[in-house]
Design a protein around this ligand. Structure first.
Ligand code: MLT
Length: 323
């Protein structure tokens, strides 16, 4: 036993410097950020902007891997089960806080199996229609949806995606009915809205702002409490009669549980720097959003926000679990 113990101490003694040496040298190879939604969509847009800035800071490639499907719960699971070495990360959003409530047989626990790195941005959303949709404003739209438009199609990125959560809140608040058409992300859903194959979406400004400005889709409302500067003429749902209606897509970066603290700290510092990067700030602003403050781009701030969102949404979604 003594010799084994001595051997164990030796091995540990040898292992310890190796582990911390690896942490010191982190990152030694490319990092992959998994975005559980299709390429070209709003979360992908945010991820690629932040990845470019972090890559410059960390001195290693930061690659994006798109893994859409089931509202993002599949790609999120990929990260929850990945090696906890700092080389596989997740960039996604508010949806992660709802997967436990919506997918009763989820093979991982988002609130426990993901370790926080930091919040990134909080993107406003817009209720938009295909450009030739008849109703001219929100009131007319809801009347139409309760009558002639009762079979309207509503594109989402699947159960638990924020485009789906917005739809659920709208249905709860108005009693409207819509035929939900799920996609692997709102990037492909937008193509069908532009093509007139679907009627409506509730999607992030990072995916809708340019289409709205180009007159290619019809804006009905924004989902924030206040109007947003890039769409000054678009009313809020709250001012259109849905008092207190509010949802926006807060985005964050997570690592697999067990990812060493010093590595998470290094990633959080790199994220905080990236969010101060002038190109990131400028591009976010052009798409109707902004980076979170440095205080929010920390593991502790995300921990607190994430756990409180899990609680909030499990109440809001009680009874809506996917059968
Ligand atoms: C996306 O990037 O496709 C969206 O974030 C999906 C969603 O609506 O949640």
């Amino acid at each position: 036993m003594k010799r084994l113990f001595a051997a164990a101490v030796m091995t540990a003694a040898i292992a310890l410097p190796t582990v911390s040496a690896a942490q010191d040298k982190y990152p030694e190879r490319p990092i992959t950020i998994v975005v559980p939604a299709a390429a070209g969509g709003p979360s992908d847009t945010v991820a690629r902007l932040v990845a470019d800035a972090m890559q410059a800071d960390l001195g290693q490639q930061v690659l994006i891997e798109n893994a859409g499907g089931a509202g993002g719960s599949l790609g999120t699971g990929r990260v929850a089960k990945a090696e906890a070495d700092g080389y596989t990360l997740l960039l996604y959003h508010i949806g992660v806080a709802t997967f436990g409530a919506l997918y009763p047989t989820l093979p991982y626990n988002p609130g426990e199996d993901l370790a926080s790195v930091g919040l990134v941005t909080e993107v406003p959303m817009t209720l938009v229609g295909r450009k030739d949709l008849a109703p001219s404003d929100v009131a007319a739209l809801f009347t139409w949806l309760k009558g002639e438009g009762a079979n309207a199609t509503f594109g989402t990125a699947g159960v638990g995606a924020v485009s789906d959560l917005c739809g659920k809140l709208l249905v709860n608040a108005t009693g409207i009915k819509m035929n939900v058409v799920p996609y692997k992300g709102t990037g492909p859903a937008m193509n069908d809205l532009l093509g007139g194959q679907i009627d409506l979406m509730c999607d992030q400004t990072t995916n809708t702002a340019n289409q709205i400005k180009g007159g290619d889709i019809k804006p009905y409302a924004v989902t924030t409490r206040e109007r947003i500067s890039i769409l000054p003429d678009t009313p809020t749902l709250a001012e259109s009669g849905l008092k207190d209606f509010e949802i926006s897509a807060w985005h964050a970066i997570w690592a697999p549980k067990g990812t060493p603290e010093p590595i998470r700290q290094k990633l959080a510092e790199s994220l905080a720097k990236a969010l101060k990067n002038p190109t990131v700030i400028e591009r976010f602003a052009a798409l109707g959003t902004e980076p979170v403050s440095s205080e929010m781009a920390t593991p502790a701030a995300l921990d607190e926000h994430f756990q409180s969102e899990i609680k909030r949404w499990s109440k809001l979604l009680a009874g809506s679990a996917k059968q």
